[in-house]
Design a binder for this molecule. Structure first.
Ligand SMILES: Nc1ncnc2c1ncn2[C@@H]1O[C@H](COP(=O)(O)OP(=O)(O)O)[C@@H](O)[C@H]1O
Ligand SMILES: [Mg+2]
Length: 232
């Protein structure tokens, strides 16, 4: 069964008199344990699409099923709970909590949604911080680290609950080559070991090269001949 299915999906933003059709009649289906990338120029609708899959912003037309749930039917509270249980999200602007340390930011989703014993929780946070190369920055605050380090922290936070679906909006945009490939490798390992599904948006050729399925967006529409299986 597919994990994410969009059926004639639409998203329209209304700003006063102006209607912006950000996503227009999009259809796709994504199986569990896929490594998928949405690519397309700035303004093509990548963030809008990921935000809908991540239950952050409801569709305005068509349907979108995630893990069997029609997410348009969820109210705000249900959407937040569904997100906490099923989805890890790496935001384009990181969204770290400024008053929490790096460690506490990564720990936060575990405190919110899962009842892990303290020792197991601390180990999981430390393991993830090590994996993204942030082990020695754990006690710093977001205001004390670089953009790339914030991004790595955001990646660790998205992966910490072992969510079955991880969405990442331009996850490597601020990273040097070595860190980017370390993070991509970590994600692939999670996919192989835990069947995690990864859906990215990206411009980054390093991410595109690693994607197994590429969907191309243009003006809110999916171009044909997607699904090329980009094993280049
Ligand atoms: N909150 C919003 N309000 C109004 N228009 C928006 C909003 N978010 C995105 N848009 C518009 O929707 C279109 C797609 O934007 P976006 O999804 O951010 O594209 P991308 O991530 O590919 O750069 C753009 O025209 C953008 O201006
Ligand atoms: Mg975007």
């Amino acid at each position: 069964m597919s994990l994410v299915t969009a059926d004639n999906l639409e998203k329209t933003y209304q700003i006063g008199e102006i209607t912006v059709k950000a996503i227009q009649g999009v259809n796709f289906s994504i199986e569990q344990a896929s490594f998928v990338s949405f690519v397309g120029p700035s303004g093509s609708g990548k963030s809008t699409l990921l935000n809908m899959i991540g239950c952050l912003d409801p569709p305005t037309g068509g349907s979108l099923h995630v893990a069997g749930q029609n997410i348009a039917r969820l109210n705000r509270k249900q959407a937040a709970r569904f997100r906490g249980e099923h989805i890890g999200f790496v935001f384009q602007d990181f969204n770290l909590i400024p008053v929490l340390t790096v460690f506490e930011n990564v720990e936060y989703p575990l405190l919110m949604v899962q009842n892990w014993p303290e020792q197991k929780r601390k180990k999981q946070v430390n393991d993830l911080l090590e994996a993204v190369g942030m082990g020695d920055q754990a006690i710093k605050y977001p205001g004390q680290i670089s953009g790339g380090q914030k991004q790595r922290t955001a990646v660790a936070r998205a992966l910490v609950t072992n969510a079955k679906l991880v969405l990442a909006d331009e996850p490597t945009a601020n990273l040097d080559g070595e860190t980017a490939s370390r993070i991509i490798n970590l994600m692939k390992k999670m996919r192989d070991e835990l069947d995690t599904t990864f859906i990215f948006s990206t411009h980054d050729p390093r991410v595109m090269r690693n994607a197994e399925i590429i969907f191309t967006l243009e003006d809110g529409r999916l171009l044909q001949n997607n699904n090329g299986g980009a094993h280049v």
